[in-house]
Design a protein around this ligand. Sequence first.
Ligand SMILES: C[S@@+](CC[C@H](N)C(=O)[O-])C[C@H]1O[C@@H](n2cnc3c(N)ncnc32)[C@H](O)[C@@H]1O
Length: 265
Amino acid sequence: MRAALLDRPAPVARRNGFAAHVHDAGAGAVGIPGCCRYDGGNPDRDEAGLLRYYVLDAASVWAALSLDVKAGERVLDLCAAPGGKALILIESLRAAGELVANDRSPTRAQRLRRVLDDYLPPAVRARVTVTQRDGRRWGVSRPGSCDAVLLDAPCSSERHVVAAPAELAKWSPGRVARLVQDQYALLTSALLAVRPGGRVLYCTCALAPAENDGVIERLLERGRHRAEPRPVELPVGAPTRYGWQMLPHRDGCGPLYLCRLQKLP
Ligand SMILES: C[S@@+](CC[C@H](N)C(=O)[O-])C[C@H]1O[C@@H](n2cnc3c(N)ncnc32)[C@H](O)[C@@H]1O
């Protein structure tokens, strides 16, 4: 596991569905919709100035697709920067629907705006609103306003902890406990923001079970928010108690944990 974390799994290049492409559709196919092998370098631009592909971990693509966004929906990406998953969500909306992409950090929200400007034609970009709010309070201010919410929560990200001594120095069990508090607050906010019958996809790149199934367990045990985990079945990874996990040494991508929840009426 440690070796696989240090030796990052090869990312994939996901085609920008709004850009014009010159390559064959199936070039370097990796078995993930819209993705091919990433051979290095920076993405080029089409004639309209749109970047042609976005480089990200294959597990992130599977996570964004697992929210199962449909045309015309109102979708919220609660912790959206830098925006790789947001690009997948807006493509899934097709010709109709709206995305709110939120990130509390001003610098990261700025980066998110740049990504959206680089990848989306103006008419599509106009359907994405970027906000810079504390996601923990989103749900109380706009309850029931969305059909689906992606919560890609801030987490321990052990990949960075093992790779950088400075990150290792910041790690402590207390830090995990603080992150769990935030993750739980973000998750309950996401559940308030979604309409009854709507979906929330909770995900992290943490390995610590407390930040993954642990957060879902706390939600179910407290029982204040009526929601149920829904099964996920992906071509890579394995089930956990409430969700699904992709691990680099086993699956060649991740780490990424996800749990799909449905808000009950
Ligand atoms: C894992 S990253 C999101 C990655 C992003 N979804 C993507 O695919 O590119 C988590 C993000 O959560 C943001 N964040 C942390 N706490 C937050 C909060 N309370 N409200 C909103 N955003 C928050 C961080 O600034 C960070 O950009």
